[in-house]
Design a protein. Structure first.
Length: 148
């Protein structure tokens, strides 16, 4: 199995490193046995085998909390400088900072879930109208030139 995404969290446990990999579908725990220079928000591609987590180590707070990916190879797709705010659900950053760095804010799960909901509603609405034989017309925008 191959997963690509952003490193959400890294935990070094001595001989093993655990990280959570975040993509548009959620987060997955990854186990690394070889040391690799990684930092949060690096974009990586990991190939490995999906296995059940050992007894007593499941995480009921994660939809993928019963499995983990045992990494065979790690490829750094892109590094990352320190971000203006953490990509966490609750981080307390001002709205001004979030709007200035909107491309980062879109990675946060509350924002992403709203985008997914809107896309599903648009899809449902469009299909309903097409089913009723409506015709969607997209016209170019005509505006009067400004005297400025």
């Amino acid at each position: 199995m191959t997963l690509s995404g952003w490193i959400d969290d890294i935990r070094d446990m001595g001989g093993l490193t655990f990280l959570t990999l975040r993509d548009r579908y959620g987060v997955t725990q990854v186990q690394l046995s070889e040391p690799v220079e990684l930092k949060p928000e690096y974009c990586i591609k990991i190939t490995g085998a999906v296995t059940a987590r050992p007894d007593g180590q499941t995480n009921t707070d994660m939809p993928t909390g019963e499995i983990e990916l045992i990494a065979d190879s790690v490829e750094i797709l892109n590094t990352c400088k320190e971000l203006p705010f953490p990509i966490r659900d609750e981080h307390g950053s001002s709205e001004e900072i979030r709007f200035k760095h909107r491309f980062l804010d879109l990675r946060r799960s509350p924002v992403l879930s709203k985008i997914k909901f809107r896309a599903k509603m648009n899809h449902f609405t469009r299909n309903r109208f097409v089913g009723e034989d409506f015709l969607e017309v997209q016209t170019p925008i005509f505006t009067v030139s400004s005297p400025e």
